[in-house]
Design a protein. Structure first.
Length: 197
């Protein structure tokens, strides 16, 4: 039988519990301003911790990709992460991305990410060329934003206190699909692998 030529946009991620998503929704409400129309907020329901972006892959390869993720997941036992703290890329004067930080057992998280990278490299996926910086993207600044608009967002972030900390136990990792629509990306889980089993 010929392989299905359809391609899907895929990535590997850790999905977040509802409590964390509710906390991020509250933070968004606190930060969202009418005058900051140049900021594109990520729907809190869609926020996840991306471990590897795969891009467009033939749908016929999903099973072998899922198996590679399972192998990497088995090598790492469940671990605790903390979601806390605000940050930006690249800096407060030229904000491009607004994010919430990841703490807790980051070493185990990085071990999981490296394992996934290595397993997928055996299937021909390029290894990540930048260091893995764990974060949750809250918002992106649109390309046309002026320097003064970027600065005003940086000033707002500097004056915002986000002291909430959300703890979560990571027990699974998922292969996700991203469907781009005019209203934003729609995410769905293609497969899930349990850690340490």
């Amino acid at each position: 039988m010929p392989q299905n030529p359809e391609e899907i946009r895929a990535f590997v991620a850790i999905e977040l519990p509802d409590e964390v998503r509710r906390g991020l929704a509250g933070l968004r409400k606190e930060l969202q301003r009418d005058e900051h129309r140049f900021v594109k907020w990520v729907d809190p329901e869609a926020i996840h911790l991306t471990l590897k972006f795969l891009g467009d892959v033939p749908s016929g390869r999903v099973t072998e990709i899922a198996r590679a993720i399972e192998v990497a997941a088995k090598a790492v036992t469940p671990f605790e992460l903390e979601v806390s703290g605000l940050g930006v890329f690249p800096n407060l004067k030229q904000v491009r991305v607004l994010w919430v930080g990841i703490g807790g057992d980051v070493d185990r998280l990085k071990e999981l990410q490296r394992g996934i990278d290595a397993e997928l490299a055996t299937l021909g996926f390029a290894r990540g060329d930048r260091p893995f910086v764990p974060h949750l993207t809250l918002a992106r600044v649109r390309q046309g934003a002026s320097p003064s608009e970027r600065r005003s967002l940086g000033e707002l972030l500097q004056s915002t206190v986000f002291e909430d900390t959300y703890a979560t136990t990571v027990r699974t990792v998922a292969l996700m699909r991203s469907q781009l629509t005019p209203a934003g990306a729609i995410y769905s889980r293609l497969s899930e692998a349990g850690l340490g089993r």
